[in-house]
Design a protein around this ligand. Structure first.
Ligand code: MRU
Length: 346
């Protein structure tokens, strides 16, 4: 994706360093962060400097490669085993993280160079899958469609292009005259901050929607379809995605609006029989009680936006049952959210 006329990936590795767009500063500041070792990369995943299923998958793969590069000759295996556990402990829900760590861990059994090579393959495959998802998803979009999306499943959430936003970019660039409703996506506001910033950069017409306005919007006939991403998809099609997705899916079904998931095959977890097996990350209630943004002088400040005497809950994801999903757009084609079609992908 281009920012200020220059082509960027969300995350990449050069030598032993991992470089990433510092997403916590967006949309107010565009900055590249350099992580020189796997523990710093772990910290950047935990703090959501890098976030979104594909991007944290790539980050985790690169972190595993960094661990191989750093491992001492004495105690090599223990070091690698411990690093694997530390990387896997950063965020529990996105399947891509575990998928990438496992692949690089196995590749490193042959050589350190092989681990680096595998981490790069994962990043390249992620970008290619997102491109293909864009092509398949674009076929669903008719001229003039008003599409609603939740959270950010754009290029920032992947290595490039994105999933839910990839068909939107393709449709826009093929002149379909589309419009995008961007769910704000509290508490971290990935929609209002990141998706809106991406769409603005790409010149896609859009507006931000308060999280609680979805039913009003859909009941008024202002939405033609909804496309969202996924963090983990169970073998029966139940899908974990950013908190609030399930609510939107219920409303979409109520009004007969097609509700699509866009995700690469690396997000499917056949070991999860249903959504009940998916671990939902719970994050600090600070994210609900406080907001950050620039003051009048452009200095980023954190301010409390809730009653000082109260605490909050902060589940980061929810699971949308397969019954509420019209179809899943993958890099291999569009499938129904059922076990038979999911198994046919592998
Ligand atoms: O907590 P995040 O920002 O890493 O979560 C990302 C999401 O849940 C997005 O909704 C996205 O659709 C899935 S990742 C592409």
């Amino acid at each position: 994706m281009k920012v200020n006329g220059k082509e960027y990936r969300t995350i990449w590795m050069e030598g032993s360093s991992v470089f990433m767009i510092e997403q916590n500063l967006l949309p107010f500041e565009f900055k590249i962060f350099e992580s020189e070792d796997y523990l710093t990369t772990c910290h950047s995943i935990k703090t959501m400097m890098v976030r979104g299923a594909g991007a944290i998958g790539a980050a985790a793969g690169f972190a595993m490669a960094q661990a191989f590069l750093k491992a001492p000759k004495n105690g090599f295996e223990n070091f690698i085993e411990k690093a694997k556990q530390e990387i896997e402990a950063t965020r529990p829900t996105a399947r891509n993280l575990f998928y990438a760590v496992e692949r690089v861990f196995e590749a490193g059994k042959i050589s350190i160079q092989n681990a680096q090579h595998e981490a790069q393959n994962i990043a390249d495959e992620d970008a290619a899958a997102s491109q293909a998802i864009g092509d398949f998803g674009n076929e669903l979009i008719k001229p003039g469609f008003r599409i609603q999306t939740h959270c950010n499943a754009g290029w920032l959430a992947f290595v490039d292009f994105g999933t839910a936003l990839s068909p939107i970019y393709k449709a826009h660039h093929s002149g379909k005259n589309i419009f995008v409703w961007v769910d704000e996506t509290r508490p971290r506001s990935q929609g209002a901050r990141l998706t809106a910033w991406e769409l603005f950069n790409e010149g896609v017409p859009h507006q931000i929607v308060p999280d609680n306005a979805g039913a009003w919007l859909m009941s008024a006939g202002k939405v033609d379809m909804m496309i969202v991403g996924a963090d983990r998809i169970a073998a029966n099609g139940d899908t974990a995605n950013k908190i609030g997705t399930f609510e939107k899916a219920i409303v979409a079904k109520n009004f007969g609006i097609p509700f699509y998931i866009a995700a690469p095959t690396s997000t499917f977890d056949l070991d999860c029989k249903s959504g009940n097996d998916i671990i939902i990350e719970e994050r600090s209630d600070d994210e609900v009680l406080f907001q950050t943004g620039p003051d009048d002088n452009g200095i980023i400040r954190k301010i409390r936006v809730a009653s000082p005497g109260s605490s909050a809950i902060n589940p980061a994801f929810d699971v949308t049952p397969a019954d509420f999903i019209t179809g899943i757009i993958t890099e291999k084609g569009i499938i129904a959210p059922d076990k038979k079609e999911i198994l046919s992908l592998f």
